[in-house]
Design a protein around this ligand. Structure first.
Ligand code: DQA
Length: 153
């Protein structure tokens, strides 16, 4: 199994740190990327980290992951609640998918309670702040190691 993971971020997350800090905190996407890379390095995992405001780009990266990655950690942001296309793309991916939200979406507006991504995700992290990304990387590393072990048997 590939030891590469894709960490994909959806719309408005480029403004992380500036955008509604009372909800999303003060860390930036660059801080999150650095945290993810540091955690992944501990587990000998390689990272492709992306953010986009464009749905097609998110879909293209999921297709890329399909060819090369052992897992996906995705915070699809508002696409989570709207995008059948992102769900369809994730359904083409065979490895583990972890959905991550910085905020506790179930405590927020009703329209955030439904997630298309959850229909595919193997695990969901919500409300852990940016620490959720680190937990997601840890879990993907664990699953990739377990799959490698099982393949050797
Ligand atoms: C979010 C939650 C979504 O509802 C929202 O649209 C976002 C960010 C989160 O990380 O908490 O943009 O995914």
């Amino acid at each position: 199994m590939s030891r590469l993971i894709f960490i994909l971020n959806g719309p408005n997350l480029n403004l992380l740190g500036k955008r509604q800090p009372h909800i999303y905190g003060h860390e930036t996407m660059a801080d999150v990327e650095a945290m993810c890379r540091a955690e992944a390095a501990k587990h000998n995992i390689e990272v492709r980290f992306h953010q986009t405001n464009r749905e097609y780009e998110m879909i293209d990266w999921i297709h890329e992951a399909r060819e090369s990655a052992g897992g996906i950690l995705i915070n699809s942001a508002a696409f989570t609640h709207t995008s059948v296309a992102v769900l369809d793309a994730l359904n083409t991916f065979d490895g583990p998918v972890i959905e991550c939200h910085i905020s506790q979406v179930h405590k927020r507006e009703a329209f955030r309670h439904h997630s298309y991504v959850s229909m595919r995700a193997d695990a969901v992290l919500a409300g852990f702040g940016t620490q959720g990304y680190v937990l997601g990387v840890q879990r993907l590393a664990f699953l990739i190691n377990a799959a490698e072990k099982a393949a050797k048997k």
